[in-house]
Ligand binder design. Structure first.
Ligand code: ZN
Length: 244
């Protein structure tokens, strides 16, 4: 990467990255009590906007505000397949119409005390973990603003390393779907679970915060191609027992 062409200081020294990250963390904790607790209670909309503003100012010399002014940060309770996500929509002429970094609220509030491994960094608190996840998504927004597209290429890795010290993209914080998979639960698994006074058996058709299980039932409202009827149940993952 020809670093001379980037509109902000790059790459940064490791100590400088830590200093800027902890400055941002202190500012965010000072304005949002719910974000300071462990486990985290939540994070306000204002705090999300301030997080973006501070990162842009401290790390990117305000470049994103100039180049991608429409970028917003949101918190989604429904995002459970990953801890964060960058989304953008384009108009007819490929110009960016909207850009969003969506952070998983589920991920944030389930985090306990560290340490965790995240993007190659050792992270001590849930708050710091949230920032490091955000930094990864911010790199996607930045790469899009700079080059028109983004992925996990060498160019992306170089940006993430030079700005935030990230040396990897995998992390040890499992999403619910990964947690379920570790317990051997996948879509198609035969399971049983307690319901009222009895145990019901069925097949998993979706795994999210809860699993969707289709249970054979002569009066059920769902019907498969062979005419078998089912009733749909939503079951907390830890209530499920896998049938051999
Ligand atoms: Zn990514």
């Amino acid at each position: 990467m020809r670093t001379a062409t980037l509109p902000f200081a790059f790459p940064l020294e490791a100590a400088e990255i830590l200093r800027r990250r902890s400055f941002i963390l202190t500012r965010l904790c000072a304005q949002d009590d719910g974000f300071c607790t462990i486990p985290v209670q939540g994070i306000g909309e204002d705090t999300l906007a301030e997080m973006l503003r501070l990162y842009d100012e401290c790390f990117l010399s305000g470049y994103l505000k100039r180049a991608m002014g429409c970028l917003r940060v949101t918190l989604s309770a429904r995002l459970i397949s990953s801890a964060g996500k960058f989304l953008c929509t384009r108009g007819m002429l490929k110009q960016i119409k909207s850009a969003e970094i969506r952070m998983s609220g589920d991920f944030l509030t389930r985090l306990d005390e560290g340490p965790f491994q995240l993007n190659g960094l050792s992270v001590a608190t849930p708050q710091e973990a949230f920032l490091v996840v955000f930094e990864h998504e911010l790199c996607h927004a930045l790469e899009t603003a700079l080059y028109g597209q983004t992925g996990h290429s060498a160019r992306f890795l170089s940006l993430a390393k030079g700005l935030f010290g990230h040396t990897a993209m995998r992390h040890s914080l499992p999403t619910r779907r990964q947690e379920a998979a570790r317990d051997g639960l996948v879509v198609g698994s035969r399971v049983c679970f307690p319901y009222r006074e009895s145990m019901l058996g069925g097949v998993v058709t979706y795994i999210g915060k809860q699993a969707t299980v289709m249970v054979p039932d002569a009066r059920g409202e769902y019907r498969d191609r062979r005419g078998q009827r089912y009733t749909k149940y939503r079951v907390p993952l830890d209530h499920l027992k896998k049938n051999p």
